[in-house]
Design a protein around this ligand. Structure first.
Ligand code: ADP
Ligand code: MG
Length: 628
């Protein structure tokens, strides 16, 4: 088959789904089609400019880069043209007929069918070229790649249903024109003023001129061309001249996000290094924040020339949610990803940008409500910080938020500084409990003595939390202490602590302790009297230097082989079940009751039983005795 032939092809199934959804859920936002087309035209010009750094013959002589918008009021069409990089026939087929972005199918699976929610999600995904079909009954793309001859142009067209057509055409000009044939009820868009309004709103920051024909005012005057945008890269302008709306729209163009950003920071740095940065904190995490290969990093420019998207060398991983641009005056124009890795100036830019990012987040933290919504979106990522960036550990620690026993809320909304302010005068540690989820943490038996004495405890329930406090080690000189680790000595903090009583109990129960120890020999390291419990009969703890139980679970579920360590079994001398156990003379019954208490200690901390059926039958036997 000759490739010159006209072919009809089907959209990739994901593309078809997305197209369909977009047309239906973005109906109230239809004017964004123009932003998307202009942004693609601008990207294409950026790419050609970049290619010409290596080979300047690729750009025809006398080229003035720019975007044109033409309207035909008669036939109700809008055409957006650029003299950018263009597309070959194959590129048109793959770029316009498929969606390459990773995670697309998961994304589609996450859609709910609820239009309002889905339109938010689609916004996060980035709507792109397909948004044309919201208002167009047919879209025709004509293009010629700057790398190919006029005979190798392409015409791509589609009515936005299941199929598109491609054919090879002759096209003199390099670059692309996208023509939208408007749907009958969208003809209002074939209007010069309307389109100018949309450009002002969404695309004023585009750095190349966008040209339109003047709107004719007098019958006999031939309308001239005029530039309808500011045509200056936004970040090169002075902060005072940029409105919040402009910052927001620029963010949307850079991030492909739909919503306004939460905040931004725009800075020019002059001195040894000379660069400008514009960083944004998004309002919502992108759907693919946790994908390994999801887009991250800043848009890199060198002397206003676009160099690359997703330049990830300028920010640490734990700030990967920040978006924006960095424009350097020092880097060479031919800089590549490999060179970026080696360039010594990148390190110092990275640490300056990291500081900027953290400052921006700290500033946000003065507004509780805003900060909470930031934390809910990105807190998990920020928690990776202390391990990745030891030098900024204290700065990051200030930004952390936790759930605690004080608030009785699952929301992570308490800072470590607040915790320290509320600490008891004699308290010298930051106590925490770590569990699989909030409720297991909140109801942990290890908290009993703390609750009784009104001592606040952090309730850690994100997988990363225990590892995080391990990295932090201390905050404002106060070490972190796992409430389920080691011998607990609260000293004066425990109002009812009574060393003499404890000694007596130990003496009184020494027989019981050694019997339980014999019984559980294979399973526990030690059996001892607890100082932690008030209401529960028993609990399990780990030795001071052993790994916390939740951390062990996380690592094991990640496939790490860990050496077995035995736990310490603590029993509560004042609990009636323990007293009963002490008096039990029947050895079978003693064993049953002791094992039930032991298994319950495991269950209460959220652990799995090795033999749950045995637990159930033992417990049932004991219950049946009650019924006798
Ligand atoms: P995105 O811009 O996020 O990649 P789009 O849906 O907007 O997604 O565009 C899809 C792809 O189509 C682009 O990545 C680009 O390769 C190609 N494309 C779209 N418009 C143009 C254009 N005017 N010139 C060259 N290529 C284009
Ligand atoms: Mg695009």
């Amino acid at each position: 088959m000759s490739v010159d032939k006209k072919e009809t092809m089907g959209f990739q199934s994901e593309a078809k789904q997305l197209l369909h959804l977009m047309i239906h859920s973005l109906y109230s936002n239809k004017e964004i089609f123009l932003r998307e087309l202009v942004s693609n035209a601008n990207d294409a010009i950026d790419k050609l400019r970049f290619e010409s750094l290596a080979d300047e013959t690729i750009v025809p002589e006398g080229t003035d880069f720019g975007i044109r918008i033409d309207i035909d009021e008669e036939s109700k069409t809008i055409t957006v043209s650029d003299n950018g990089i263009g597309m070959s026939r194959e590129e048109a087929v793959s770029n316009l007929g498929t969606i390459a972005r990773s995670g697309t199918s998961q994304f589609l699976a996450a859609l709910t069918g609820d239009q309002k929610k889905d339109s938010q999600l689609i916004g996060q995904f980035g709507v792109g070229f397909y948004s044309s079909f919201i208002i167009a009954q047919e879209v025709v793309v004509e293009s010629r790649s700057a790398k190919l001859s006029p005979e190798e142009g392409v015409r791509w067209s589609s009515k936005g249903e299941a199929e598109f057509e491609v054919e090879t055409i002759k096209r003199e000009a390099i670059g692309t024109s996208v023509t939208l044939k408007l749907k009958a009820d969208e003809s209002e868009f074939a209007d010069g003023w309307r389109l100018r309004g949309i450009i002002k709103k969404y695309a004023d920051h585009v750095a190349v001129p966008i040209t339109m024909k003047q709107v004719a005012t007098e019958e006999d005057k031939v309308p001239e061309d005029e530039v309808v945008n500011t045509a200056k890269a936004l970040w090169t302008r002075s902060r005072n001249d940029i409105s919040d709306e402009e910052y927001s729209e620029f963010y949307k163009a850079v991030s492909h996000d739909f919503q306004d950003p939460m905040s931004w920071s725009h800075n020019k740095v002059e001195g040894k290094l000379d660069y400008t940065t514009l960083l944004y904190i998004p309002a919502k995490a992108p759907f693919d924040l946790w994908h390994r290969d999801s887009p991250r990093g800043l848009k890199l420019y060198v002397q206003r020339v676009f160099i690359m998207d997703e330049a990830e060398q300028f920010l640490p991983l734990y700030l990967r949610f920040l978006r924006g641009v960095v424009d350097s005056n020092d880097l060479p124009l031919n800089v590549s990803r490999e060179l970026l890795q080696k360039d010594p100036s990148i390190d110092s830019m990275k640490s300056a940008l990291t500081k900027r990012g953290l400052d921006m987040i700290e500033k946000l933290s003065s507004d509780d409500e805003k900060y909470q919504s930031f934390w809910d979106e990105f807190g998990q990522v920020l928690k990776e910080g202390p391990a990745e960036d030891f030098g900024n550990k204290d700065k990051i620690a200030k930004l952390l938020r936790f759930a605690t026993t004080e608030t009785g809320e699952e929301k992570q909304n308490q800072s470590l500084s607040k915790y320290i302010e509320r600490m008891k005068p004699e308290q010298d540690k930051i106590f925490y409990v770590a569990a699989e989820n909030y409720h297991t943490a909140l109801n942990s038996p290890h908290l009993e003595v703390f609750n009784k004495n009104g001592i606040e405890v952090l309730l850690l329930h994100d997988r990363i939390d225990e590892w995080l406090v391990g990295q932090l080690n201390e905050y404002e000189g106060k070490p972190f202490q796992d409430v389920a680790k080691g011998e607990l000595d609260l000293g004066n903090l425990d109002g009812e602590k009574d060393d003499k009583q404890k000694e007596e109990n130990e003496k009184k129960l020494s027989g019981l302790i050694s019997k339980v120890k014999d019984l559980l020999e294979d399973q526990v390291e030690e059996v001892r009297i607890t100082t932690r419990l008030t209401d529960s009969p028993a609990c399990l703890v780990v030795a001071e230097d052993d790994m916390g139980i939740q951390m062990r679970r996380v690592l094991e579920s990640a496939g790490q082989a860990l050496p077995e360590t035995k736990r310490i079994f603590e029993i509560n001398p004042t609990h009636p079940l323990v007293e009963r156990l002490d008096q039990e003379s029947d050895s079978d019954r003693f064993e049953s009751l002791a094992l039930v208490i032991f298994d319950q200690a495991k269950l209460a901390e959220g652990s799995q039983l090795d033999e749950p059926a045995n637990y159930v039958s033992r417990l049932n036997e004991l219950l049946l005795e009650l019924a006798k």
